[in-house]
Design a protein around this ligand. Structure first.
Ligand code: PXL
Length: 274
């Protein structure tokens, strides 16, 4: 029986095609019961809009977690994305410690930075708490910027495989056995995912679409989660997720005015049979 109950923990950006508005449809179409623990509500995401609201739901998260404990509500997996502050990470830790079935899968996307810089509102204190959370993850899904922040290695735009393997090694020492670093590019026309599976390095290369929008990392992490929970290997999951992101970007370029998020809805049905 593969009808699993998954919990996804991240913000609701009311507009922006990221976080829960991406994870919920993707995990549902993969065939899983998808429960949500919203950490904050924003008018829109924080990249590329002129302004945004941010309502912190930290205290509500704690109340919800205690009700779940009282009623013995348990999940077979948790997937976390953008978490707004240190208290919310502490709440995520409590959920992991009290609301998961034995042998549950923990997937953490440390969504906090891109292109060499932290998203607005985050600081080194937050990064340190994410480092601590990495030890709870069965799978950690940073981009190159986040991997550098988590390892205290200076971000660079151009790098080689030795640099990526050094990142992987240091990330693994935080206590996570399986890692997929997204957006790893060794040449202009291609990009890919670097994979670390219990000490073994691998690289899955794919072609690159010349368009970048916030939220593609969330699409990757959601599809990756769906694929892992459908028992694909980490490599297969990375290929399925990056192929889908590539297809989303091909959809997105059809709408040049649409720049705040990935157009994934017209091709969502393709995930029904992964
Ligand atoms: O992971 C993308 C994302 C999610 N949620 C919020 C964001 C961003 C990226 O900017 O601001 C609130």
């Amino acid at each position: 029986m593969n009808y699993k109950k998954i919990l996804t923990v991240q913000d609701i950006s009311c507009v922006g095609q990221c976080s829960l508005t991406v994870a919920l449809p993707i995990l549902s179409v993969c065939g899983f019961e998808t429960c949500v623990l919203p950490c904050s509500v924003l008018s829109n995401h924080t990249t590329g809009f002129d302004e945004y609201t941010f309502k912190d739901l930290s205290s509500e998260m704690g109340l919800i977690q205690r009700r779940w404990v009282n009623q013995n509500i348990k999940f077979s997996a948790v997937y976390s994305g953008y978490i707004g502050n240190v208290q919310q990470l502490e709440n995520l830790k409590n959920v992991i410690n009290t609301c998961l079935e034995p042998d549950a899968t923990v997937i953490i996307d440390p969504a906090m930075a891109d292109n060499g810089v932290l998203y607005p509102g985050f600081d080194s204190c937050f990064v340190n708490k994410v480092k601590e959370m990495a030890s709870y993850a069965d799978y950690l899904l940073p981009n190159v910027t986040e991997a550098c922040l988590l390892t205290d290695i200076t971000y660079q735009e151009n790098y080689d495989e030795t640099f990526i393997i050094q990142l992987m090694n240091k990330l693994a020492s935080l206590g996570c056995p399986n890692i997929a670093i997204t957006g790893v590019s060794f040449e202009k026309s291609t990009t890919g995912v670097a994979i670390w599976e219990n000490g073994n390095y691998n690289y899955c290369k794919h072609s690159r679409v010349d368009k970048s929008v916030p939220g593609t990392g969330d699409v990757f992490a959601s599809v990756f989660t769906g694929a892992i929970l459908k028992c694909h290997s980490i490599q297969q999951a990375a290929v399925i997720a990056s192929d889908f992101v590539l297809e989303c970007l091909k959809e997105t370029v059809k709408y040049p005015q649409h720049s705040y998020g990935p157009v994934f809805e017209p091709i969502l049905y393709k995930l029904a049979n992964i």
